[in-house]
Write a protein that binds this ligand. Structure first.
Ligand SMILES: O=C(O)Cc1cc(O)ccc1O
Ligand SMILES: [Fe+2]
Length: 427
């Protein structure tokens, strides 16, 4: 697809990179005349005045300023992308989906996006949406930009090459990519590709605090990879599709906006290989809260209550003694959307497939299905390795609402996962 792409290592670092020698100004951001007639442009990912550790911005040196564009008009395609959630009141049922067999065919990444779950409104600057995509063709002479939030892209099948204003990332199933709010990008595929996208309207995802875990563990900063500067010099019409305030808009430029020759700053795309996650769990007894598996978190205004936690369930050893080892039965004030990239999830013996989705909204009783419960209750508790699996959860304090597309396709019999438990026998 492309030559080996180059990356810089670290999470939230202050990077600098130039694709043409001398393009990046030294010692200042906005010289009177940037080199080669480039335009200096600041992209702010946080308000100017937030504390330093929350401050995110990058300076881009580009061939034309972003400001040079004609008015946007409504985009007619991608009818299933951000259509609004279902109108009817949502019953407090657990919901689960097989991978939908009717995701858009012959579509690119934008037209192949299908929103399943959402909460809040993008203009609240809080909340998260969960989309599925099916991309069969590469985006051709068009780019996408999301003003409503950052996009965490999780390929489930098919490799993606994502060309962004900051550089190019290749992302295979088992890795994830993060495109910050407001960054333009194009997705290229090599045949049919499917996956998930979590769109975060709130504070940018960051690494969780580690508390008593200490200074290493879970996702380590050095394993995040940000692309080096790359640009294309194309004087040909390029469509820009922008998601803004929950709707899709289009305008056409007479050039490619992926024309950033150099940049510096700490607001940039990155990718992360999920196999690098240093999974930590119980080495004594009991199954810890799943927060131990948090890879990235977007805080809300309430300390400890996430706007969105991105949590993964990777291969791991289970050694806890006198313990029911799979996820326990529970009811949660947070709302849990789960997907599966490959393998099987230890709480669900069947019905939760790679590419599928489940929703356990606030206070809904869930946990192991009957078969998983029986197996785990009867298992001999020798050390056992859960292998060949990668499930994930987007857990949020804002209850999710499904779209009509999602409601119409929910498994009709999901409740059966929990029927047939034998009643406890009292002495
Ligand atoms: O519901 C789920 O499967 C997710 C989950 C996993 C776990 O290990 C503990 C709690 C929890 O909600
Ligand atoms: Fe749960």
């Amino acid at each position: 697809m492309t030559d080996a792409l180059r990356y810089m290592s670290g999470f939230g670092g202050h990077f600098e990179t130039e694709a043409v020698e001398g393009a990046l100004p030294k010692g200042r951001n906005s010289p009177q005349r940037p080199a080669y007639g480039l335009y200096a442009e600041q992209l702010s990912g946080s308000p100017f005045t937030v504390p330093r550790h929350e401050n995110r911005r990058s300076w881009l040196y580009r061939m034309r300023p972003t400001a040079d564009h004609r008015p946007f008009t409504r985009y007619d395609g991608a009818k299933l992308f951000a259509p609004g959630t279902a109108k009817e009141s949502l019953a407090p049922n657990r919901l689960r989906w097989d991978p939908p067999c009717d995701l858009p065919a012959n579509a690119d990444f934008v037209d192949g996006m299908v929103t399943m779950l959402a909460n809040r409104r993008p203009e609240d600057l809080e909340g998260v949406a969960v989309h599925l995509y099916r991309a069969s063709i590469s985006m051709d002479r068009r780019v996408f930009v999301d003003a409503d939030g950052e996009l965490l892209i999780l390929p489930q099948s098919g490799m993606l090459m994502i060309a962004t204003e900051f550089g190019r990332l290749d992302v295979a199933p088992g890795s994830v990519a993060l495109i910050p709010r407001g960054v333009k990008f194009r997705v290229e595929v090599e045949g049919e590709s499917r996956g998930y996208v979590a769109e975060n309207h709130g504070l940018p995802l960051r690494l969780p605090d580690l508390g008593p875990i200490g200074s290493n563990g879970l996702a380590n900063p050095r394993d995040f990879e940000t692309p080096v500067a790359w640009f294309e010099d194309i004087d040909d019409s390029t469509e820009v599709i922008q998601k803004s305030l929950g709707s899709l808009w289009t305008t056409t430029l007479d050039h490619s906006p992926l024309d950033v020759v150099a940049w510096h700053g700490n607001f940039a795309p990155y990718r992360y290989d999920l196999s690098r996650f240093n999974t930590i769990g119980s080495i004594s007894f009991d199954h810890p809260d799943p927060s131990i598996f948090t890879l990235l978190t977007s805080p809300s205004d309430v300390p400890g209550r996430a706007n969105a936690d991105f949590v993964i369930f990777p291969p791991r050893w289970m050694v806890a003694e006198d313990t029911f080892r799979p996820p326990w039965f529970h009811r949660n004030v947070m709302s849990e959307a789960m997907g599966l990239i490959y393998g099987a999830y230890d709480a669900k013996a069947e019905g939760f497939q790679p590419g599928g989705l489940s929703l356990h909204n606030l206070m809904s009783g869930h946990g192991p299905d009957v078969e998983s419960w029986r197996k785990a209750s009867e298992a001999e508790l020798k050390p056992a390795k859960i292998e060949g699996t990668m499930a994930f959860m987007v857990e949020t304090c804002w209850p999710y609402l499904p779209t009509q597309f999602a409601l119409d396709r929910a498994q009709p019999d999901y409740d059966n996962a929990w029927t047939g438990f034998p009643k406890a026998k009292l002495p």
